[in-house]
Design a protein around this ligand. Sequence first.
Ligand code: SAJ
Length: 439
Amino acid sequence: MNLHEKIASREARVGVIGLGYVGLPLAIAFAESGFQVTGIDLCPDKVDALNAGSSYIIDVGHTMVGAVVKNGHFRATTDSSSIRDLDAVCICVPTPLNKNHEPDLSYIEAVLSELKKHLRRGALVVLESTTYPGTTEERIGKGLAEKGWHAGIDYHLCYSPERVDPGNKKYGIRNTPKVIGGVTAKCLELADALYRTITDRTVLVSNPKVAEMSKLLENTFRSVNIAFINEMALMCDAIGVNIWEVIEAASSKPFGFMPFYPGPGIGGHCIPLDPMYLSWKAKGENFFSRFIEVSQDINRNMPRYVVHKISELLNTKKKCINGSRILLLGMAYKPDVDDLRESPSIEVYELLREKGAALTVNDPYCAVMFDADGQQVNVQAEVNDAELGDYDLLVLLTAHSRYDLPGIVASGTLILDTRNAFAGLDAPNVARIGDVLPY
Ligand code: SAJ
């Protein structure tokens, strides 16, 4: 039976390397579609938790994991030699930036060295990690060529960007189209067959570079547009008009406009990082993307603008940041997730800490947070309305849906709203970024 037939019959042994917010949902989806799936991860605690039927990813329920472990369709392991049993391997490892803001492909390189040792002849390899155009062929393709293996002949090689949106209840693997680029037509055909078992629609492109670039275009589009609206917010603040009302009015245009919203900056594992992969690659070809550089600069400086607004607001009460009791609401990078990575809320926290504020941090999703010195910060899980009157200022940084906004307004304490979360409430004590101060 050839690989195509084994995929169709679900007899193909599928592996997912990297069991994070991308790899785990993918592994579970393949297991639920009938494959026998091996999840490979470096972290023994994750492996043990999964094999015990529990999940550590907010979008993957314990019951989902428990069911596929119990029916034998999924097992997790730290042993990468299990690659030798696999017909298809999906790589979902991190692609962070190093301290010079350059791509760090060390995780991909580590997987490559295991593939060189254990990959089965004829197997399909799909890279999903977000990376610059060319990575799949220049790193994995060339790496395996060193042992005389050529994609499309000795094994099959594709790139297919992950499109996981943590916390998104509407779009998941099944209903999010999957872009796939293959080194050869045969590679593409096999990956298409594999992904069609878990997604309603695949989007086939002519090579891995197109697929790699499409992902970076998606996220750079967001980063640039968020930076644009952040600059519009700064402009509206300067000229004395409410950016939030302006966006609402512009959004009434049924064509040719797409709203983005100002905020305290951009966080997460994608938007702050992906454009830097693209600009790094472009620089290598002597192309300097001014859009990306300027956007990164604007977004990175939003926490400073928020602290400036905090200072201005306290000043209206003849107070300064130093010594003021400030409650920060929402440390995760976006609502209803437990992810602190690159969160601008943390940057705001650090800037205020430097200025001597007496800070309290609240987030119902993030129980553990560390400051820049590596010290654990106590994170309040619940908002105690009775205590809100003790603060000089409340700052809404991430609008978790659990927050009782009317209750927070009712405290009467001064509030800086960085997300327009209190829109529509009768809230004379609320000031917004991107607007003039109400006092
Ligand atoms: N943000 C703003 N203003 C906006 C939109 C976002 O300040 O108008 C901020 C958010 O607060 C957050 C950061 O930008 O700190 C990123 O937000 P995001 O909504 O882009 O969320 P992410 O980082 O989870 O992005 C993911 C991405 N998914 C993948 O890379 C597979 C992105 O491509 C999706 O478009 C995005 O989810 C989504 O649409 O929700």
